[in-house]
Ligand binder design. Structure first.
Ligand code: ADP
Ligand code: MG
Length: 697
């Protein structure tokens, strides 16, 4: 048995492997590319490719792929083998620098939102050397960005890398103002906590809705759900713990820092959190984690559900995006410091985030928008759809003291002057434990909690990085031209707090009164995906992304189209699945049961005309009227789906799906769920919620 330290990163072509296998000069060149973004020349690339191939073949790999993240939100790969024919009819194993650096997948079937006309079907993939190559299932995977020949980003990674560049540039300007000349790069860091459900595969296979849509479209409440809170942090069942062990091994081999795991609130719900790392690597790692969760679950006879809301009535699954900024010298810029100067710097970065979250609430909301996540946001479990920020009492009090020029704390006589006074130490545990805030400061990082469990974290982090980059740019502009730096800094922080304090809310985000209060403060409450998407194309947002060269306007419009289309398609598939289930399985099943009840009543009557048939008769009557109603609602849903086909404008279509199709789906579900509660188990065509939620024992 090998130890964890031996298996960790054993399938990754990481720095230590490069150091051991590359000639010294080549190693240096690659490091320059990785750390400073220097272009790799083709001679060097050939040497790297060859070493990578030899290493991969020793590990049993036969193929390679450019591994990329198209706008479907999942990863894509097309395998090519290393073989190359020789004149004597044999093959040799080859992999050139050209193949390492650039690939050309036929990309015509990936969503591009009109970016790539169909005649220009090919896009190209380009190696992202900041993310290490790795081996998965005998395939050497090379993390890449995916672009059209016109240079437009067709993926989620390219804009993310651009946003990291944008925030690096502006953060460095700010650091220089504080006299820091050593730091060469600032990178954002992320630790995403991933929630998921595990259900038994045999039970899963009997549910068409789970198979086609990832969530249950019907299902009456089980006698027991999460009301006892007995699952949260509970003892992990042996089958689940076997799965977790296996999963950890697989993740560790890929150098993924899987760290904590526990049961979540809902039955069958669990969570995995890695140790944080650089944002683009964290993004790759989260995609791999989701993929491996599904694969490893199958090996254990289970299915891993990553949908944001697989079951009504119990919690859905989210992803907490813990985010911070860190320098190449190892300093976390969101950690309060020891000296007045460090504290001032901390406050300035904090203010940049406050201003960014306030001014770009809409973009943050859009970055987590999807049909699946709409079920969570505002549904009394995840954070509400209103974006607000939790800072905790202590920091809020400090900011208030600065804002109002009043003394801070009971004992202090003096006013708190930024850059002159040391801030009090904030004990880490003033952090938000009620977990109702969408965006919480947790001592040395922010936790963005609105993300759904399925989505890539690339989008939210692209928004976050770019919005904060913009505020840092404005701050740097103002401070670089200031005559008195300390006075200007103090005023800037004061002004930012005055203008953006409306976004700060330390109370309970689930309370009805907060929604009213938020409205008074002028905060946005964009409840659904069709409500929020149009904001993407607002002038200020196009300006933000184009100014920082993160998206071109064309790229942004294409994203908008893809998101809207995906929303409509998701609801379309769900509606079609419901119709299929109702017409082919549920209504016929109820009719058979009614038939059996009638047979029983008739039999009773023919043997004993005076026998009491109250039970049979009342069930027949109840089920007959319920199934008549369900049939009517099925027809209504069917009509809605037909009407949707007539709508050409995708914006209008998304609205129609939300207001009409989705409403008709819920309406049908209510009646079917009621029928389930009165139909004999052996007639009901699907495993129940109880069977699903307690399937893994
Ligand atoms: P919890 O939220 O359960 O209290 P922690 O606060 O310890 O747990 O961490 C949650 C996640 O935040 C982990 O993935 C951790 O690695 C990550 N994290 C910690 N520090 C940072 C940081 N500076 N930047 C980004 N993520 C971080
Ligand atoms: Mg957390």
């Amino acid at each position: 048995m090998s130890t964890i330290t031996e298996i960790f990163s054993s399938n990754v072509f990481d720095e230590s492997v490069m150091k051991a296998r590359l000639p010294k000069e080549t190693f240096k060149q690659v490091q320059l590319t990785i750390k400073k973004g220097k272009r790799l020349d083709s001679a060097v690339a050939n040497v790297v490719a060859n070493a990578m191939k030899d290493w991969a073949i020793e590990k049993g790999a036969t193929h390679f792929t450019h591994w990329f993240q198209p706008m479907t939100g999942v990863t894509a790969e097309k395998h090519d083998s290393f073989i190359s024919p020789t004149p004597d009819g044999k093959v040799i194993m080859e992999f050139s620098g050209k193949e390492l650096i650039q690939g050309e997948p036929d990309a015509s079937s990936f969503p591009s939102g009109g970016l790539r006309a169909t005649f220009e079907a090919r896009g190209y993939t380009a190696w992202d050397p900041t993310s290490y190559a790795f081996i998965k299932d005998g395939v050497l995977c090379i993390p890449t960005a995916f672009c059209s020949y016109g240079g437009e980003a067709l993926d989620k990674k390219t804009p993310l890398l651009r946003s990291m560049e944008a925030i690096n540039k502006q953060a460095l300007r700010v650091l220089r103002l504080f006299g820091n000349t050593e730091v060469a790069t600032v990178k954002t860091t992320v630790g995403p906590e991933q929630e998921y459900f595990l259900v038994d595969k045999e039970v899963f296979d009997k549910r068409k809705d789970l198979i086609y849509t990832g969530r249950t479209l019907f299902g009456a409440k089980p006698p027991k759900g999460q009301e006892l809170d007995d699952h949260y942090f509970g003892v992990i069942k042996s089958r689940v713990s076997e799965f977790m062990k296996d999963l950890n091994d697989e993740l560790w081999k890929l150098g993924i820092l899987a760290k904590t795991e526990h049961n979540e609130v809902a039955p069958a719900q669990h969570e995995l959190a890695p140790i944080f790392t650089t944002t683009n690597i964290a993004t790759d790692h989260n995609q791999l984690t989701m993929e491996l969760m599904q694969k490893v679950a199958k090996k254990h006879g289970m299915v891993c559900l990553l949908h944001e809301k697989p079951f009504a009535g119990v919690n859905g699954s989210g992803k907490h995006n813990n985010w911070s900024l860190s320098t190449d010298t190892g300093v976390n810029l969101l950690e309060p410091g020891e000296t007045p100067y460090e504290n001032a710097q901390f406050l300035l970065f904090l203010c940049a985030v406050i201003k960014a979250v306030d001014e770009y609430q809409d973009l943050l909301r859009i970055s987590v928008a999807s049909a699946g996540n709409d079920h969570r946001l505002g549904a009394n479990e995840a954070p509400p759809a209103v974006v607000s920020m939790f800072l905790g009492d202590e920091i809020t009090a400090v900011l208030k003291a600065i804002e109002t020029d009043e003394p801070y704390g009971a004992k202090e006589k003096e006013l708190l002057k930024v850059g002159v006074h040391i801030l009090p130490r904030f004990p880490k545990d003033t952090t938000d434990r009620n977990r109702t805030s969408p965006f919480a400061f947790t001592g040395n990082k922010f936790e963005f909690r609105m993300l759904g469990s399925t989505a890539s974290i690339a989008g939210p982090n692209t928004v976050l990085n770019t919005a904060v980059a913009e505020e840092l740019r404005q701050f740097a502009d103002a401070l670089e031209s200031a005559a008195d730096f300390e006075a200007a800094l103090h005023d800037l922080i004061k002004k930012t707090v005055q203008e953006h304090k409306r976004i700060i809310f330390n109370g309970n985000g689930y309370e009805e009164s907060w929604l009213e209060e938020a409205k008074k403060r002028g905060l946005l409450n964009l409840v659904s995906t069709p409500d929020c998407l149009p904001y993407l194309l607002h002038k200020k947002n196009i300006k933000l992304f184009t100014d920082h060269k993160v998206y071109t306007e064309t790229e942004l419009r294409s994203r908008y189209e893809i998101l809207e289309e995906k929303y409509c398609k998701t609801l379309g598939i769900e509606a079609a699945t419901m119709l299929d289930m109702a017409k082919k399985d549920i209504l016929p099943a109820v009719t058979s049961y009614v038939h059996e009840l009638s047979d029983a009543a008739l039999a009773k009557y023919s043997f004993m005309p005076d026998a009491d048939s109250t039970y049979e008769k009342s069930m027949i009557s109840k089920l007959s009227s319920l199934s008549a109603l369900a049939f009517k609602k099925t027809e209504a849903l069917e009509k809605c789906v037909m009407d949707a086909k007539e709508i050409k404008d995708t914006g209008a279509l998304a609205r129609f799906y939300k207001d009409s199709v989705f409403a008709a789906m819920n309406d049908l579900r209510a009646t079917v769920d009621e029928m389930e509660t009165v139909t004999a188990k052996k007639y009901w065509p699907y495993p129940s919620y109880g069977d699903l939620l307690f399937s893994v024992r």
